[in-house]
Design a protein around this ligand. Structure first.
Ligand code: HQG
Length: 184
């Protein structure tokens, strides 16, 4: 399969498994799982065709490991990034490193200063443990600005952190006092 096709399927899976399964008449269970055979059939009925092997390839080579299969490979789900309200990807709470990073752009800074980092349309605020990833995330919207979050202080005050299967740190809300704005 060529790169263009892989990307097309990956984008389609993001849409269906994170945001709009109803678009193809698919139902996810409470933990975000879709039945593989049902996904393949319903995608095909809606003009997006791929075989099990092709899906396997897309999942394995996905740059951010966005999706997982269950053990016997009968089900598939997105690891994080959902906007669906009735889906919870259960991951254990974890002690975060002292600092975590969030990449954003200048136009959001005044609002973030005032309101803190909010999950917006997703289920969590997304953070990374390395600067490079945060830079990439911010670059999706323009010139990236990296915010440093005092995750250790937050954790000590009782805020919960989760680590998704593909290494994204997640939390519900970051109050402004835990964000370093010095140079902004
Ligand atoms: C901003 C992609 C104004 C926030 C990426 C961000 C990531 C505020 C945007 C993953 C705000 C939300 C997540 C406030 C936050 N006022 N703006 N109070 N609080 N924001 O896409 O973190 O390719 O929902 O800074 O690579 O950009 O989908 O979150 O700019 O890993 O796998 O509101 O999505 O991964 O945007 O990206 P998003 P994000 P995938």
């Amino acid at each position: 399969m060529n790169e263009k096709n892989t990307k097309r399927i990956s984008k389609f899976l993001s849409l269906i498994l994170r945001h709009q399964p109803e678009k193809i008449g698919l139902t996810l269970d409470i933990n975000g799982w879709a039945l593989l055979d049902e996904l393949i059939t319903k995608s095909e009925n809606n003009g997006v065709s791929f075989t099990k092997d092709e899906l396997d390839f897309v999942i394995k080579t996905n740059d951010k490991q966005r999706f997982s299969f269950n053990e016997d490979k009968t089900k598939i789900r997105a690891n994080q990034g959902h906007s669906l309200k009735n889906v919870t990807i259960v991951t254990e709470t974890k002690t975060p490193p002292p600092f975590l990073y969030h990449g954003t752009v200048a136009k959001f800074i005044p609002s973030i200063k005032e309101n803190g980092l909010q999950k917006m349309s997703r289920q969590h605020v997304h953070l990374s443990s390395d600067l490079e990833t945060a830079k990439k995330v911010g670059s999706r919207r323009g010139k990236p600005i990296i915010l440093t979050v005092q995750s250790d202080d937050m954790h000590k005050k009782g805020f919960k952190f989760f680590l998704s299967e593909n290494g994204v740190w997640l939390t519900s809300f970051i109050p402004t006092e835990f964000i370093k704005f010095e140079d902004l």
